[in-house]
Design a protein around this ligand. Sequence first.
Ligand SMILES: CC(C)(COP(=O)(O)OP(=O)(O)OC[C@H]1O[C@@H](n2cnc3c(N)ncnc32)[C@H](O)[C@@H]1OP(=O)(O)O)[C@@H](O)C(=O)NCCC(=O)NCCS
Length: 291
Amino acid sequence: MSQQQQDTLQRSIEHWFSLGSEAVGNSEALSAFHALRHALESGAIRSAEPDASQPTGWRVNPWVKRGILLGFRLGALESMNGCEASGISLLSFVDKATYPARRFMPEQGIRIVPGGSSVRSGAFLAAGVVMMPPAYVNVGAYVDEGTMIDSHALVGSCAQIGKRVHLSAAAQIGGVLEPVNASPVIIEDDVLVGGNTGVYEGTIVRSKAVLAAGTVLTRGTPVYDLPNDTVLRAAADAPLIIPSGAVVVPGSRAIQRGPGKNLGLSVYTPIIVKYRDEKTELSTALEELLR
Ligand SMILES: CC(C)(COP(=O)(O)OP(=O)(O)OC[C@H]1O[C@@H](n2cnc3c(N)ncnc32)[C@H](O)[C@@H]1OP(=O)(O)O)[C@@H](O)C(=O)NCCC(=O)NCCS
């Protein structure tokens, strides 16, 4: 998509979004939304993208998020058939007509293993992505080449997942649609997201980091970086950022004051125990044959 086409689409989306409920039922508004949805699915347009000029290295595209919200506004609820066997519908679903589940062909080189998974329209999956069932990828998400989405994993709305990432079983990557200028969750290339982890509220996990099983990261979670003797936190204008190559494990810290201290309680806290080394490479070596 040329820059000029993008600019035209952006103007059109901004226009229809600004009209609020007046856009509902307008076929031109629907066409603009469909053009955006198509561009999202082809990866030509993203809700957030790498941008070296930004402090975080990522730029959010609020107009794209407005376009996604426009889709919800324009879509009436409709029945959607799920699995069919011998002409009998085994499952039925109801969702906005503007967001049916995506369909894929073998030529795209994406494997969606059968069994309860769904990729919502407006999401991008690159060639070489493997999805084990059940898993869900929501609108505006971008999942790059060679990434594995294991069973019970969630890729929330607008999340950006890099190349060769492993989203282990039950990894939850939270969605960030509103506010439109809020950064989505970003998992950069070659990250291992362990089983039962949760990454929420615009957290950025830099390349090659490892989140051990059970780690949960939110804006409010301080992360203790032991090798650097520092504490990483989100700020009012910046998300929590896990540095490249950090190995983060779930830990706890003693409450230092008040009744919590008197009762000997502690709270959950993620800890960077080290930065990736040869042992980590061994621990995270993936079974390539499964790919
Ligand atoms: C993080 C992980 C990759 C281990 O990395 P590693 O570089 O081999 O880590 P090490 O074994 O050298 O451990 C470094 C330190 O962290 C601690 N640690 C490692 N993993 C931990 C975990 N999951 N929870 C708490 N502490 C952990 C170790 O005890 C060690 O501390 P110590 O030196 O005081 O004993 C591994 O624990 C892990 O979580 N793998 C993902 C498993 C998974 O989810 N698989 C998904 C399959 S679907």
